[in-house]
Ligand binder design. Structure first.
Ligand code: DAK
Length: 262
């Protein structure tokens, strides 16, 4: 386990778990926490044979209650742009982290909290999770990618309605509109569920999973012919791996594959 000031990083089996740990502010993201998160991501990426990364918040009340309002309130225009850039870079680092990233959302995920979750590959949440982009209530707009990622995930018109009103989105609605893939029944641990999901990912071909993530995340905004060309190249790259030889041989010989991740 590595303890940063406001973030912890630990290994649970094949999965790394990053926990935002700033309970006095409901895990709100200030610049120091974003710095910690950036460092934790770099350290996690060095773990050998890592199959998934999980991001969660400490306690059961909040995942992340947003960017830190008391810090933002004092910012000049230029400082605000730097802060937005810092947040966007950390979230881009999550989007392009080599292994799949699962957001285990345990409570409030407002503003920067929804934005952090949306940068992850998969979002699962507790039944008391609350999403939303309430920035307009503070006289600003989302600054960590919310106007873009929410529109891409749930559609532009629905994103407009959520962002223009700043209203809360319940866990049930989040599932209905495709913002999360699973809501845990009350009382079930979202972290345990994320670890179980990471376990399922750990059983399949590790190189294939990483290349599938790249195929999706690096090309989702490209024109279809460009994206399909990228998919072909990454598919061809799979054919040079030991994992492909092992996976296909195991199938043909009716045995369980033992992937080495190379
Ligand atoms: N920032 C700072 N402190 C926060 C916080 C936040 N986002 N959220 C909660 N806290 C603090 C509260 O101030 C309180 O501190 P104390 O008073 O105890 O010192 C403590 O956490 C507990 O919160 P509450 O007492 O309010 O707890 P409740 O259960 O009554 O309410 C709540 C929970 C989550 C509904 C409420 O705390 C709340 O509404 N929080 C703010 C949620 C919010 O508006 N989030 C969006 C923040 S804006 C940009 C870059 C980034 C962004 C925008 C632009 N650029 C640079 C262009 C992103 C903006 C945002 O994320």
């Amino acid at each position: 386990m590595t303890d940063f000031e406001n973030v912890t990083l630990e290994l649970r089996g094949h999965a790394a778990v990053i926990t935002i740990n700033r309970p006095k502010a409901l895990n709100a993201l200030n610049s120091a926490t974003l710095d910690d998160l950036a460092e934790a991501l770099v350290e996690a990426s060095t773990f050998e044979d890592l199959r998934a990364l999980i991001i969660t918040g400490s306690g059961d009340k909040a995942f992340v209650a947003g960017a830190d309002i008391s810090e933002m309130a004092e910012m000049s225009c230029i400082e605000a742009e730097d802060f937005a850039l810092q947040g966007q870079e950390v979230l881009n680092g999550i989007e392009h982290f080599p292994a799949p990233v699962i957001a285990a959302v345990n409570g409030f995920a407002l503003g920067g909290g929804t934005e952090l979750a949306m940068a992850c590959d998969l979002i699962i949440c507790s039944s008391n999770a609350v999403f939303g982009q309430p920035e307009v209530k503070l006289g600003v707009i989302p600054g960590f990618g919310g106007t873009q990622r929410l529109a891409r995930l749930v559609g532009a018109m629905r994103a407009r309605e959520i962002i223009f009103t700043g209203r809360n989105v319940s866990a049930a609605e989040a599932a209905e509109i495709g913002l999360v893939i699973r809501v845990l029944p009350e009382g079930e641990s979202v972290l345990d569920a994320a670890i179980a999901m990471a376990g399922k990912i750990a059983r399949v071909g590790p190189v294939a999973v990483r290349l599938a993530k790249r195929a999706i995340n690096e090309n989702v905004d490209s024109a279809l012919p460009v994206a399909l060309a990228a998919e072909r190249t990454l598919f061809a790259l799979c054919m040079s791996t030991d994992d492909q030889t092992e996976g296909m041989d195991a199938f043909l010989n009716k045995r369980k594959a033992e992937f080495q991740g190379r």
